[in-house]
Design a protein around this ligand. Structure first.
Ligand SMILES: Nc1nc2c(c(=O)[nH]1)N[C@H]1C(S)=C(S)[C@@H](COP(=O)(O)O)O[C@H]1N2
Ligand SMILES: [Mo]
Length: 263
């Protein structure tokens, strides 16, 4: 007996047909993916800018993502890890000079009258000379200094541990605040640091580079050396120090760079 049901026979695809089909799938996937990439990019471009404040110049969704990654890495690494150190023989003889914001055109700067000004509550200021700072116990560090612009160099710095300094001047009460702000004497370059990083055992108020007093270009008479951060946070020629519960202003964060800038 015959049925009118037709039997379906699967005809194997020819090579040409197979190629055609694969081309179709891969071009389809390519256009779909690039389409969504363009749409995503456009969405980001059209997104509102973040409210300029302590950080600036980024799209709001991008800043949210940056803050999330920062939180992740802060929990993951924390400011408590020690940065790798090197023997003195590895230290560079010629230390690279990067930017000179707040140093270069400061005709008013007088090295003989320089004092570190520590801003306390009630408008009080504590002024400390370089001799007083040099009289405190000295610590040296040889580590790989890293600039966000893509260079690094093993450098040798000497000075007082910032935590020793704060303890010596009985500033423990101030360190209960969450941040420290540092600025050049003319206020043109400024950074903000979380207190864990301020109190980190490798953070120095440095007055020596390769066993010599720091030269002007590198921030004489006193600069910050904070190995757990990128170069941008290592302020040269400190003029003022202050404490706060909220993030202090930060030169590069205002330009869109990461506020935390940790390593
Ligand atoms: N006052 C001041 N400090 C500064 C800068 C600056 O322009 N002005 N540049 C920062 C950057 S981006 C880096 S990488 C280091 C470079 O320090 P160096 O010039 O001693 O190598 O200093 C940091 N501290
Ligand atoms: Mo830098």
């Amino acid at each position: 007996m015959e049925t009118n049901k037709q039997k379906k026979v699967k005809v194997p695809l020819t090579i040409e047909q197979k190629i055609k089909r694969r081309n179709f799938i891969s071009f389809g996937a390519f256009f779909a993916l690039s389409g969504s990439a363009v749409a995503g990019w456009k969405w980001l471009l059209d997104a509102p800018d973040e409210t300029a404040g302590i950080t600036g110049n980024a799209k709001a969704p991008l800043r949210r993502a940056l803050n999330k990654t920062e939180l992740f890495f802060r929990n993951f690494f924390s400011n408590n890890h020690l940065v790798k150190t090197y023997p003195e023989s590895r230290a560079a003889k010629n230390i690279r000079v990067n930017s000179l914001i707040g140093i270069e055109d400061d005709e008013d700067f007088d090295p003989t009258n320089w004092k570190l000004a520590i801003k306390l509550q009630n408008q009080k200021t504590l002024n400390i000379s370089i001799e007083e700072i040099k009289a405190l116990p000295k610590t040296e560090i040889i580590f790989d200094f890293k600039c966000v612009e893509g260079w690094d160099q093993i450098q040798h710095w000497g000075g007082v541990k910032l935590s020793d300094f704060l303890e010596h001047y009985k500033l423990n009460e101030q360190t209960k605040q969450r941040y420290m702000g540092l600025e050049t004497p003319n206020g043109e370059y400024y950074v903000g640091l979380e207190m864990e990083c301020v109190l980190h055992p490798q953070t120095l108020l440095a007055y020596e580079m390769n066993n010599q007093p720091i030269s002007n270009d590198h921030g004489a008479p006193l600069r910050l050396i904070v190995p757990v951060k990128y170069g941008i946070k290592n302020l040269k020629r400190i003029g003022t120090m202050s404490f706060s519960y909220t993030r202090p202003r930060d030169y590069w964060a205002e330009q869109g760079y990461d506020y935390y800038s940790g390593l």
